[in-house]
Design a binder for this molecule. Structure first.
Ligand code: 6K6
Length: 147
């Protein structure tokens, strides 16, 4: 079973939480473990994150990132933390899918678009993003031995 680290904005803004929720549920339905299911919770405090120190969160998330087989990042809402996680995962040579909903107001950072190591998928609807996730996960299974 593949382990997926789902990255989505927290302090960068929570407007897209319902997208995160739907995409995380979809990944879980593909028989993958989502290490970061709390990213899709409307109230992140419900996961007990509130009482934790920033250092604790950082170390726990970096351990999960190291453990993950691949990263799916929803990058529509800009987030320093998500950008940081993408760069770290890139250094670890992990497969990374970035999902972005283009709009008149928002263009994706050149540091993401310009990287040759990222799979970037622009989507308009959740089913479209789900198809991209399905293709990405299929390729993981084809190229990596089952643990
Ligand atoms: C609670 C107490 C101290 O910090 C918090 C925030 N809670 C977080 N819990 C889990 N993951 C986090 C938290 N804050 C950031 N992250 C990680 O960074 C997640 O894996 C997200 O993908 C990313 C979001 O970064 P920001 O910069 O938008 O917060």
């Amino acid at each position: 079973m593949k382990k997926i680290y789902f990255a989505g904005s927290i302090r960068g803004g929570r407007d897209d939480t319902s997208y995160y929720q739907l995409l995380i549920s979809y990944i879980a339905s593909l028989d993958c473990t989502v290490l970061t299911e709390h990213i899709g919770l409307k109230d992140i405090k419900a996961m007990g994150e509130e009482g934790k120190t920033e250092q604790w969160i950082y170390e726990r998330d970096m351990a999960w990132l190291t453990e993950a087989d691949a990263i799916v990042a929803e990058v529509t809402n800009p987030s320093l933390g998500v950008g940081y996680e993408i760069a770290k995962a890139e250094d670890m040579n992990k497969p990374i899918l970035c999902l972005f909903r283009p709009s008149a107001e928002r263009k994706l950072s050149a540091m993401i678009v310009g990287s040759p190591n990222l799979v970037i998928h622009e989507y308009a609807s959740v089913p479209d993003a789900e198809q991209a996730i399905s293709d990405f996960v299929d390729k993981l299974s084809a190229t990596q031995p089952v643990a």
